[in-house]
Design a protein around this ligand. Sequence first.
Ligand code: GLP
Length: 264
Amino acid sequence: MKVIIRNDAHEASLWVAHRIADAIKAKAAVSDKPFVLGLCTGSTPIETYAELIRLVKAGELSFKNVVSFNMDEYVGLPVEYPESYHSFMFRYLFDHIDEPKENIHILNGLAEDLDAECEAYEKAIVKAGGFDLFFGGIGEDGHIAFNEPFSSLQSRTRVVTLTEDTIRVNSRFFDDDINKVPKQALSVGVATVLGAKEVIVLATGPKKARAIQQSIEGPMSHMVTVSALQNHPDGIIVVDDPAAGELKVNNYRYFKAVEAAENR
Ligand code: GLP
């Protein structure tokens, strides 16, 4: 696992945006096949999306041959509800880039048969060719997508029940009223994410420091599902200094030294 540490959230977000842009351009240079990209929601990716939009508007990047799959969606929220992940993605990314609408995939939390929706999603990912890159964030308890503690590290796309912790943390988007937060979601599984050729996880701010420490220095565990990244050949965790705040000083220095050596 590689760990990239930047001084602040802005620099960390830009690092991720440029890595995604470079990967899209690198594939386009050698192949006509679409670039298959996994995407996340939350407050963390917003600056990364803003930079991707800037690159598209500047003519330096195109999403015309990108096929994207979002990692999760609440069950039962109307698509047009401002806090649905559908609304979020169009507001912060899709409305401003050139990705064709038919290339955009987001789980439908209003599907009549939610299990069938999840199964079809996994099949669509395979049909698209599998993920070239998965960009994810993490919850304060170290969940990736909505793979809450005790999710199987072999899990696939499915209906999940949100923990009280996640409902409380996410209530900030629902007028601080935990009763307004959906209790279930659809989420890609840990194994779905790990199936990507490259996985990049962005975590910023002190509230993520504990989860970052556990996922990097702790054992791989279903209690902190992002720790499964330890078992991925090309996993990168990108953090700002506050999110790196609970790493051992020696490990912090090691990650900085590796990066400096690679850039030499
Ligand atoms: C939710 C989403 C996750 C996201 C997490 C963190 O739980 N399901 O995919 O990573 O929130 O959100 P934020 O970036 O706002 O801290």
